[in-house]
Write a protein that binds this ligand. Structure first.
Ligand code: NAP
Ligand code: ZN
Ligand code: ZN
Length: 349
C-alpha cells in the first residue's frame, strides 16, 4: 500500500517527503487513513539521533488519529469508517508476564510505532507522519465520540504518559501535585491531575506561560528559576511529575516532596541527570520512572478524557512546517502540542 510520509534521512537533515509501502492487510489488521498526528518531543529526540539507536530513514509520529479504511477478515472491534487512535506501540509478544499483565510497553519484544524492527517488512517500523498505516486491531484504540479528533491525537502519548503515573500513584482530591515543565506532556498532566481532584502546582521556566497554566487548571504557578519561590514549597508535595526534556536539577524538586513523597520522571533528557541522594534519604522520598502505559490503560485514559471532556490545546500545522515546529520545541516555544494536519501531505504530490 503506497504511503506518503515525511522522514529524516540522517540525524542532521531536516524531515522531507518520503514514500514507503505499508504491508498488505492481515486477518487481524486494520488499514487506517491518518487524519492527524501529534508531535512529541520523543519524535525530535529520535529523528535527530539524540538518544542513539535511530535507524534512518526515520518516519516519526506516535500520536495518530484516523479513520478505518479497511478491516481484515477476523477483525472484531472495528469497522470501516470508525475513528481510531494508535499510540506508541503497534505489537508485542502477547505471552510474556508483562503482556499478560497488560503492560505491553515493558514486553522485551514491544514493537514501537516507529524505529522498531518490523517482522512484516524485515525493515523498521514507520510512524504517523504519513497518510496511512496498517496495525493489528489489538493495538488500536477507540476514540470517544464527543472529543475533537485533532485535539485528541496528543492523548495517545502525552495523555497516557501523564495519566498512568498520576493514576498509579493514586492522585486524588486534597493532594498537592506538582507538574514540572509546561509543554505537551506537562499541559496534559495539569488537566488530568485537576480532573482527579488534586491541588495542582505548575513549575515553569517560561514566564509567558503563567496565565495559560492557570487557564489549564493550575492552582499555583512557580517560576522554577526563582529559588525563593521554590523554597516556599519545601516538604509540601505528595507527588511531582517531571516532564522536562532537557538537563535540569531534579534535586530542587525532590526537596519539595513531603516525607514518603514520590517524584516520577517521564521526561527523557539525552544526558544523565545528577542525583543528590540526601534529597531521598532525608524524607524517605522516592524517585521513579514511568513509560507510556499499556493498551488497556490507554483505552481507560481515553474514556476518562471523554467523560471529563479533556483534549490537548493544539497548534495545527501543515507537515511542511514540521522542522520549524521542532526548532520551536527546543526553545520551549510550544502552546501546547503541535498536531500535523495530514491533509497537507497532498500539497507535496
Ligand atoms: P515539550 O512539549 O517540548 O515540553 C518540554 C517542556 O520542558 C518545555 O516546554 C519546558 O517547559 C520544559 N523545558 C524544556 N527545556 C528545559 C530546560 N532546559 N530546563 C527546564 N525546563 C525545560 O516535550 P514533551 O513532548 O512534553 O516531552 C517531554 C519529555 O518527555 C521528552 O524528553 C520526551 O521524550 C519525554 N517523553 C517520555 C515519555 C515516557 O513514556 N516516559 C513519553 C513521551 C515523551 P516550560 O517552558 O514550562 O519550562
Ligand atoms: Zn511521545
Ligand atoms: Zn510480551
Amino acid at each position: 500500500m503506497k504511503t506518503n510520509a515525511y522522514a529524516a534521512q540522517t540525524a542532521a537533515t531536516p524531515l522531507a517527503p518520503f514514500s514507503l509501502q505499508r504491508r498488505e492487510l492481515g486477518t487481524h489488521d486494520i488499514a487506517i487513513e491518518i487524519l492527524y498526528c501529534g508531535v512529541c518531543h520523543s519524535d525530535l529526540h529520535t529523528a535527530r539521533g539524540e538518544w542513539q539507536g535511530t535507524t534512518y530513514p526515520c518516519v516519526p509520529g506516535h500520536e495518530i488519529v484516523g479513520r478505518v479504511m479497511q478491516v481484515g477478515a477476523h477483525v472484531q472491534k472495528f469497522t470501516t469508517g470508525d475513528n481510531v487512535g494508535v499510540g506508541c506501540m503497534v505489537d508485542s509478544c502477547r505471552t510474556c508476564v508483562n503482556c499478560e499483565e497488560n503492560l505491553e510497553q515493558f514486553c522485551p519484544a514491544t514493537v514501537f510505532t516507529y524505529n522498531s524492527p518490523d517482522k512484516h517488512t524485515n525493515g523498521i517500523t514507520y510512524g504517523g507522519y504519513s497518510d496511512r498505516i496498517v496495525v493489528d486491531e489489538a493495538f488500536v484504540l477507540k476514540i470517544p465520540p464527543n472529543l475533537d479528533l485533532a485535539a485528541t491525537a496528543p492523548l495517545l502519548c502525552a495523555g497516557i504518559t501523564t495519566y498512568s503515573p498520576l493514576h498509579r500513584n493514586h492522585v486524588t482530591t486534597g493532594q498537592k501535585v506538582g507538574i514540572v515543565g509546561l509543554g505537551g506532556l506537562g499541559h496534559m498532566g495539569v488537566k488530568i491531575a485537576k480532573a482527579l481532584g488534586a491541588h495542582v502546582v505548575v513549575f515553569t521556566t517560561s514566564s509567558n506561560k503563567v496565565a495559560d497554566a492557570v487557564r489549564l487548571g493550575a492552582d499555583e504557578v512557580v517560576n522554577s528559576k526563582n529559588a525563593a519561590e521554590m523554597q516556599q514549597h519545601l516538604n509540601s508535595f505528595d507527588f511531582i511529575l517531571d516532564t522536562v526534556s532537557a538537563q535540569h536539577d531534579i534535586n530542587a524538586y525532590l526537596f519539595l516532596l513531603k516525607r514518603d513523597g514520590n517524584l516520577t520522571q517521564v521526561g527523557v533528557p539525552a544526558e544523565p541527570l545528577s542525583l543528590n541522594v540526601g534529597s531521598l534519604i532525608f524524607g524517605r522520598r522516592t524517585l521513579s520512572g514511568s513509560l507510556i502505559g499499556g493498551i488497556q490503560e490507554t483505552q481507560e485514559m481515553l474514556d476518562f478524557c471523554g467523560k471529563h471532556s479533556i483534549t490537548a490545546d493544539i497548534e495545527l500545522i501543515p507537515i511542511q512546517k514540521i522542522n520549524e515546529a521542532y526548532d520551536r520545541l527546543v526553545k520551549s516555544d510550544v502552546k501546547y502540542r503541535f498536531v500535523i494536519d495530514m491533509a497537507s501531505l497532498q500539497q507535496d504530490s
